[in-house]
Write a protein that binds this ligand. Structure first.
Ligand code: PHE
Length: 369
């Protein structure tokens, strides 16, 4: 019920105080519920209107009705009360429109569309590769992109000054001459250092997959980039053979590229594997024929085969670096492989320019949403 000004019988200070505070409480309550300009105008009229506003009523019902000897006292109180009411009503004039007032909220405005993000095609390809090996019992390991010479080269059986280092076009960090050579920092040129890092931490048997960024001093063009991605694999156990390597990778390629692809292993060299091989898959673009209609097939350079990865049996010299953690080359054996993710993603999505992955052009990336 809204407030009405009571008639007073008792004009004692206590009774006046009580009546005044009831009035102010009502004022406070009403002022808090004003939602819009129309409400604020009605509120002002109700309290201040000359004809029958609340202030006019107190004048009539309280001041005029007061006994003669109390008039002075009542007059003073009514005056202070009037000032308070006027101030309060005045303050509501300046109140900003409440957020819920009908003038502030236009529910006919269209909403703000927030585009949902998408996995980058390289990350998506990495995740697909990881999923295939996860089903074979592999777990994921990671390591730093800024690596020491020891992990990137020395412990992988690249002796200092060995010419095999030259094949890696390494980017070294500047001003490291004061450090011993094996502690010098570089941008890792492959994900293979995570082989050693993981074998230092975990005892055999071990099956890991290592996705990550790597860097080499290659100028960017349609098929090269100074930064690219690899996925490394390592399996160590007793009695692991080259047959396990071939069977595992052949299965993985069929899972990734389709069950008709064939694999081919050709001899190669890496300091950290012996024997080493490069693995090719039959071209899933031209079906291995090297031709697309009358044209030659570009992705496989008309050979019918695409090089996918490097692999081999872990060199016993590598195990020597982690022998004290249970990797005795007399007792365990293993295989390792490393593949370039960017090239695989290009083949999967039929792209002819590697740079598209790294330019951040939303029109390109949106197509993978
Ligand atoms: N690290 C090698 C490269 O980047 C690939 C590789 C990994 C080869 C593991 C053999 C075993 O070229």
């Amino acid at each position: 019920m809204s407030y009405t000004v009571p008639k007073l019988k008792d004009f004692s200070p206590a009774a006046l105080d009580k009546a005044a505070s009831a009035l102010l409480a009502a004022l406070e309550k009403e002022s808090a519920s004003l939602a819009n300009e129309a409400d604020r105008k009605a509120f002002r009229d109700r309290w201040l209107a000359r004809k029958d506003g609340v202030l006019t009523q107190i004048n009539d019902l309280w001041l005029k009705a007061a006994p003669k000897d109390g008039k002075r006292e009542v007059g003073q109180r009514v005056n202070t009360l009037k000032k308070e009411v006027e101030q309060k009503v005045e303050a509501t004039r300046k109140q900003p429109a409440a957020a819920t007032s009908d003038s502030a909220l236009d529910i006919s405005l269209p909403g703000i569309r927030r585009p949902s993000g998408a996995e980058h095609p390289i990350i998506r390809t990495m995740n697909e590769i990881i999923a295939v090996f996860r089903n074979l019992g592999y777990s994921v390991a990671e390591g730093p992109v800024v690596e020491t010479d020891y992990y990137n080269f020395e412990s992988l059986n690249f002796p200092p000054n060995h010419p095999a280092r030259d094949t890696q076009d390494t980017l070294f960090l500047a001003n490291q001459e004061s450090k011993p050579p094996r502690e010098r920092l570089l941008l890792r040129t492959h994900t293979s250092p995570v082989q050693i890092r993981t074998m230092e931490k975990l005892k055999p048997p071990l099956r890991i997959l290592v996705p990550g960024k790597v860097h080499r001093n290659d100028p960017p063009d349609a098929s090269h980039s100074p930064m690219f991605h690899q996925v490394e694999g390592l399996a160590v156990d007793t009695n692991i053979t080259f047959g396990d390597l071939k069977g595992t990778l052949d299965h993985a390629m069929k899972a990734l590229f389709g069950s008709d692809v064939k694999t081919s292993f050709r001899p190669s060299f890496f300091p950290f594997t012996e024997p080493s091989a490069e693995m090719f898959v039959s071209c899933f673009i031209c079906g291995g024929s090297g031709k697309r209609g009358a044209d030659s097939c570009r992705p496989c350079k008309q050979t019918g085969w695409i090089e996918i990865l490097g692999c081999g049996m872990v060199d016993p010299n590598v195990f020597e670096f982690v022998k004290c953690n249970g990797y005795d080359p007399e007792k365990v054996s293993g295989f390792a492989f490393g593949m370039g993710v960017d090239r695989i993603a290009m083949l999967k999505y039929g792209l002819d320019d590697l740079q598209l992955f790294f330019q951040g052009d939303v029109r390109f990336l949106e197509q993978f949403g």
